[in-house]
Design a protein around this ligand. Structure first.
Ligand code: SAH
Length: 363
């Protein structure tokens, strides 16, 4: 039987694994043991599951595989941010980032290979979409990074802010969050997870009905329909007004807020008028603003505003009583900052293109 015909056991939620084992004629509790080995202890082979009988391990081996993203490369920034290039079972590559001390420890993970949203200032968007990640591949990034960094027993936060649009891959993203939240796995409380989205409205409405929900961050970036149409093209389908109405209805828990991310582009959306319009738009929403001064890159036709401009904008927002923060960008020297994650799959990567990419990155 080839690898691809076996089920990826790491992509199953605990109750799915229990049913699967039952069907094979094994007691359900063995599912908990296997789940713990994979998700809590990060093992990659059935042979390492030493409290399971030899016979069961053999049966599992025949039915399942444990897909584990492979670390191809690891870059450490001068600020401690670490970017991992991971290879998936089919040879596709993604990037995941560890950001230390913010003040928490944070993993920034991907939900798709590439991204279909094509936001005007985002390098990942330039790649276009290759495919969705499976729940196993999404949760697997956390498992692999935590294992590599010896953090399997440490508390950490997760932000779905790597490559891809999580609400464009809804099922797998939510399934991954359930796997990560399971007490028999890494037990990551959804309150420590933030899902960032451009606002794919039908999926956002669905998220509002989920029993367990991550924190929500909305990539707003603009205060007018016309401008957002250009910067965040999905706005042409799901406009600013509808998006903000959906946010107004979103069940935000007590003492919590929706984060509105606002990338700052010099001379484009960084004026005092923009700041005042932003405040007006957020009226009646339990929200806070996170300003993201642009991380510049070759090919990105925008510039980063000065610190003075950013601070002036932030002060106007704060003076109107809206909580505002400025995102300190991390890992810029290794191209690990927001919107800078980009990979080519092994298959399309010829030496010439690889070199061109490295030169473009200034390596
Ligand atoms: N697809 C999701 C998550 C991706 S990235 C989303 O769009 O929300 C997380 C944030 O980084 C988004 O707000 C995104 O718009 C922003 N971003 C993208 N490119 C950037 C850049 N060059 N500089 C600063 N922020 C950027």
């Amino acid at each position: 039987m080839s690898t691809y015909e076996r089920i990826d056991i790491a992509a199953l939620e605990l109750d799915e694994l229990e049913s699967a084992l039952e069907r094979l004629g094994h007691p359900r509790f063995h599912a908990r043991q296997a789940f713990q080995w994979i998700h809590r202890r990060g093992v990659t082979e059935f042979a390492q599951m030493t409290d399971l009988s030899r016979d069961l391990r053999r049966r599992l081996e025949a039915e399942f595989e444990i897909q584990t993203p492979q670390v191809i490369r690891r870059d450490v920034s001068s600020d401690g941010t670490t970017k991992f290039l991971l290879e998936l079972a089919d040879g596709k590559q993604i990037e995941s980032v560890f950001i230390p001390d913010t003040p928490a420890q944070t993993f920034c993970i991907s939900t798709q290979v590439g991204c279909a949203m094509r936001c005007a200032f985002c390098l990942t968007g330039r790649m276009g979409i290759d495919r969705n990640l499976t729940a196993g591949e999404i949760a697997g990034q956390v498992r692999v990074l935590a294992r590599e960094l010896r953090m399997l027993d440490t508390r950490f936060n997760i932000v779905l802010m790597g490559m891809g649009e999580p609400l464009h891959n809804y099922e797998s993203t939510m399934q991954a969050l359930r796997i990560l939240a399971d007490d028999h796995g890494l037990s990551v409380n959804p309150r420590r997870v933030t899902l960032s989205t451009v606002g794919v409205l039908p999926a956002l409405e669905r998220l509002a009905t989920e029993p367990v929900m991550p924190n929500l961050a909305i990539s707003l970036h603009s205060t007018t329909e016309e401008q957002r149409d250009l910067l965040v093209p999905i706005n042409r389908k799901y406009g600013l007004k509808e998006l903000l109405d959906a946010c107004r209805r979103f069940p935000v828990k007590r003492r919590e807020r929706i984060t509105f991310e606002y990338v700052m582009l010099k001379g484009v959306n960084d004026s005092p008028d923009d700041a005042r319009r932003l405040v007006r738009l957020l009226h009646g929403i339990r929200g806070k603003v996170n300003l993201l001064p642009l991380n510049e890159a070759a090919n990105i036709p925008f510039e980063r505003p000065s610190d003075e401009t950013v601070n002036r904008f932030a002060k106007i927002v704060a003076d109107h009583g809206v909580t505002v923060s400025v995102r300190k960008s991390r890992g810029r020297d290794i191209r690990a900052a927001c919107g800078q994650l980009i990979t080519e799959t092994a298959r399309t990567q010829t030496p010439g293109r690889r070199l061109a990419m490295l030169m473009q990155q200034g390596v």
